[in-house]
Design a binder for this molecule. Structure first.
Ligand code: GLU
Length: 481
């Protein structure tokens, strides 16, 4: 199997695009086939280098490696349509010579006007084939005069059946397919021409893509046949919709892969979640690792019904993947998040170690990696006591707890969490205060808030000196009233 993902670099990688890429990748890996990345940048005005870079970065982040394409090369170089113009011209002119395409001298303004009139009169807005019957020599003469023209495909009569691996046979009446443009009047190729020429030249065996492309498929099938080639197998993936049943879009929230990465989703969770948008392993399994996906993925279990995007499910899934990470691994993925939040300098080795000790304390409290930032901030920066916790530093009882805590921390031999805990529990006993209550002002002093990771472990990680400083500062705050 030779499969490809063919994004148009006009923006970030949408999660729908990522799902398409993933399904292609899974089929290639499962079958021992080839996965190609091809950049479809024929729309020069909307394509950007930044978008290409971002797509590549997101693909790498998701772990979807390609065997042929940008950065890796391959026998069908270049894997970028702007570098393949000669192939499209050659194919289009071959079709013209064979009488399967014709020159259309209608100007864009004229076409727009005629479309409008047709719409107003309730007729089909399809191209009216005005230039189709210009005799070939006359058309060639007009070309010589320098009149601009587009090249249109001459759609034959009949019916075109797309044999889709997911939807079954889908029949299109050719009468409803307009003589579509192959080359625009500036000589640039259209999507339908470029995609067919490329899929042929790159020997793509299976075209797996979103079902928004289904209406294009009969045109492409006709083109394959006109070019004297057999068409690849097609599989159109079900649309992704929001909870409201409407096509997933920005209105539903974040839809770019990059945003999910920034928010702290793990690529493994993302891949698992995306795989289930239209495909299932069985009727119940939701947590499926990459290896199992590769071993089991098949188009037979891809549904033709729309797949519903569920943010809560993705978040839940991400939490499961975070919980399964080992200490070191968790610290490794948290590091860039902490660096990004400005809490750790990228080259601070000591902070990196501290993070490794702190990470296990919050593993079960975070759903996305960025949740770690507010939870761990007090271990890496100064604390700012949050307003609704300030109260817990005031009053005689709290002040005596803090004073006594300071004394005990100073006297402790080993500054280890178990020793800290024993000593502070004894203190609560001596002061006849319930331990839980006694620990509240200490927690606020140390972490700045009533909620924090486990207190004694945090104190050990923070170290005696810092803890003493924070207790002292809290006492000052208490005195200030
Ligand atoms: N470049 C097209 C897109 O981004 C994909 C074309 C295809 O897969 O055939 O929608």
């Amino acid at each position: 199997m030779r499969l490809r993902f063919a994004p148009s670099p006009t923006g970030y990688l949408h999660v729908g695009g990522a799902r398409t890429a993933l399904f292609n990748w899974l089929l290639a890996r499962r079958s021992g086939g080839v996965f190609i990345l091809r950049i479809e940048d024929t729309d020069i005005s909307r394509s950007t280098e930044e978008a290409i870079e971002a797509i590549i970065e997101d693909m790498r982040w998701l772990g979807l490696d390609w065997d042929e394409g940008p950065e890796v090369g391959g026998d069908h170089w270049p894997y970028r349509q702007t570098g393949r113009a000669a192939l499209y011209l050659e194919a289009a002119h071959g079709l013209l010579e064979e009488g399967r395409a014709y020159r259309c001298f209608c100007l864009p303004e004229e076409l727009a006007e005629r479309r409008e009139r047709a719409a107003a009169e309730g007729r089909s807005p399809m191209y009216d084939r005005r230039c189709r019957d210009i005799p070939a020599e006359e058309a060639a003469g007009m070309e010589k005069e320098g009149r601009p023209f587009a090249l249109r495909f001459l759609v034959p009569e009949g019916e075109t059946v797309v044999e889709d691996l997911i939807r079954g046979d889908v029949a299109f009446s050719n009468a409803e397919i307009e003589d579509f443009v192959l080359l625009r009047n500036d000589g640039s190729p259209t999507y339908n021409l470029a995609v067919v020429v490329d899929d042929l030249e790159m020997r793509v065996s299976h075209v797996v893509r979103g079902d928004d492309h289904l209406p294009n498929t009969p045109k492409q099938v006709l083109l394959y046949r006109a070019l004297g080639a057999g068409e690849p197998a097609f599989a159109h993936l079900p649309m992704i919709v929001g909870q409201d049943g409407k096509p997933l879009s920005k209105r539903h929230g974040d839809v770019s892969v990059g945003r999910f990465r920034e928010m702290g989703f793990l690529p493994e969770a993302m891949v698992n979640f995306l795989a289930l948008l239209g495909w299932s392993l069985d009727d119940s399994t939701t947590l499926i690792d990459r290896e199992t996906l590769v071993a089991n993925f098949a188009l037979e279990r891809v549904s033709s019904k729309p797949a519903v995007w569920d943010d809560d499910k993705l978040t839940w899934m991400n939490a499961q993947y975070i919980m399964a990470l080992g200490d070191e691994e968790l610290a490794r993925v948290l590091m860039p998040v902490m660096v990004g939040a400005g809490l750790i300098a990228a080259d601070d080795e000591e902070a990196r170690e501290r993070l490794q000790r702190a990470a296990p304390l919050i593993r079960e409290r975070i759903k996305v990696l960025s949740d770690a930032v507010p939870l761990l901030a007090f271990l890496f920066g100064e604390v700012e006591v949050v307003d609704d916790s300030r109260e817990l530093l005031r009053g005689d009882e709290n002040v005596s707890i803090l004073r006594e805590t300071g004394k005990r921390l100073l006297e402790l031999g080993r500054f280890a969490s178990s020793d800290i805990e024993t000593s502070l529990r004894d203190m609560a006993d001596e002061l006849s205060i319930k331990a839980r209550k006694a620990f509240q002002p200490i927690r606020v002093a140390i972490a700045g808030s009533k909620v924090s990771p486990p207190l004694f472990e945090s104190m050990e990680i923070l170290g005696r000196e810092k803890c003493m400083q924070r207790i002292a500062r809290a006492l000052e705050t208490a005195r200030e009233g």
